[in-house]
Ligand binder design. Structure first.
Ligand SMILES: *Cc1c(COP(=O)(O)O)cnc(C)c1O
Length: 395
């Protein structure tokens, strides 16, 4: 069975009024950071329930700035997970620090907080938990370890907009620095973009300055009718600010976040019921603590003990059915740079490696129709069933 049209694994939903608002920015003559960026920050701050929300041009930029603002640099260690997008680790290295990894929980794919404390050394400065797929990390034990050792916590919330942990929005912890992504595959998009949230005033001030050359004042407060031209430079900064063109998209997207996430959750519910009891496919585990999942991606594991198929083989068969899938992620410690520079080797983080060999992301985006969802279910079921080894290696 092959679909007539290709179904991608992700696609943003951008409505006409948002497109009109982008055009309005383009026509207005003010296209970079300005009134819409400020409105987007305010709307985001209220949505998360945080004191400061600072718009940047990507989550990668936000993660980099968070570490610079916290004073993380050469000689420091930062603890994170091998099951993440490489930007999480790249920014640690770019800040000058050494990434230290702790293995994941094999069921939820999140950093296992039980392994955290043994990774702490006198050089440790921060922990970067990643809410994988939109499932909140068990933050209480993470915060406890951080407090006991005086460590900063930078939450990589790239997958987790709209998630909550024990009744609180992910990204709202006032003592943490939380970074969101608006890349086109994420729960909302600005094309490219990100947001840094925190309750720490000094960190927020430093992020605000470092995102625009270290200047005390942005272009909007210099060139607008009420602006003044002078500024000072406190620190050499970067160029990580968000444009109003992006913020216009973000405002339209944020107003639809609940609608988007509700659709994501209902698609996942359908997947879960269709795949429960399907031999050859292992569904992500649900932790017992109270949480709301943001369902950025839906990532079952292929049970390679029962199938005569690799994950990559499965992905090409899905492609033959005209359905896109994605790979989130290769365990980061096995990338060439990380092996060579930090001496990571296969076998270092067995849970992450095992998951990394088996994981696949199925199509999941709000504009998927019910019949798209059924096409995915039919293709997955038929591929998995026709590749079950008789008896299985396990039997
Ligand atoms: C997407 C992503 C990032 C980077 O986000 P950008 O906005 O593309 O820079 C960082 N961490 C994780 C876990 C991501 O999925």
């Amino acid at each position: 069975m092959r679909r007539e049209t290709f179904l991608p694994f992700a696609r943003p939903s951008i409505d006409e009024s948002t497109i009109e608002d982008v055009c309005e920015s383009l026509r207005s003559g003010w296209i970079t950071t300005g009134p819409k960026s400020i409105r987007f920050e305010n709307a985001f701050r209220e949505r998360i329930g945080t004191s400061y929300a600072l718009a940047v041009n990507s989550a990668t930029a936000g993660l980099h700035l968070a570490q610079l603002a916290l004073g993380i640099g050469p000689g420091d260690e930062v603890i994170t997970t091998p099951m993440t997008f490489v930007a999480t680790l790249n920014t640690i290295v770019l800040a000058g620090a050494r990434p230290v990894l702790v293995d994941i929980d094999p069921g939820t794919f999140n950093m296992d907080p039980g392994r955290l404390e043994s990774a702490v050394t006198p050089k440790t400065k921060a922990i970067v938990p990643v809410h994988f797929a939109g499932l909140p990390v068990d933050l209480d034990p993470v915060s406890e370890v951080a407090q006991r050792h005086g460590l900063a916590v930078i939450e990589d919330c790239a997958h987790a907009l709209g998630a909550s942990y024990k009744g609180r929005a992910v990204g709202s912890d006032p003592g943490h620095v939380s970074v969101f992504s608006f890349h086109p595959t994420k729960n909302i998009t600005t094309g490219e973009g990100g947001m840094v949230c925190t309750g720490l005033e000094e960190v927020a001030e430093r992020v605000a300055i470092l995102r625009q050359h270290g200047m005390s004042k942005g272009a909007w407060s210099r060139y607008a009718a009420t602006g003044t031209p002078h500024y000072d430079v406190a620190l050499p900064g970067l160029k990580y600010n968000m444009m109003d063109i992006q913020a216009a998209i973000g405002l339209g997207q944020l107003s639809r976040l609940d609608e988007f996430n509700a659709r994501r959750a209902s698609i996942v519910e359908r997947y879960r019921s269709a795949f429960s009891g399907l031999d050859g496919l292992i569904l992500p585990a649900t932790p017992s603590y109270e949480h709301v999942h943001a369902w950025h991606i839906f990532t079952p594991l292929l049970d390679l003990d029962l199938l005569d198929l690799t994950r990559d083989g499965f992905m090409s068969l899905m492609r033959e059915a005209n359905i896109g899938t994605a790979y989130h992620y290769q365990a980061v410690h096995l990338f060439d740079f990380y092996r060579k520079t930090f001496g990571f080797r296969p076998g270092d983080f067995p849970n992450a490696e095992r998951v990394s060999e088996r994981i696949v992301s199925l199509p999941l985006f709000p504009a998927m129709t019910d019949s798209d969802v059924e096409d995915v279910i039919e293709a997955v079921t038929s591929i998995v069933k026709s590749h079950l080894q008789r008896g299985g290696k396990r039997a």
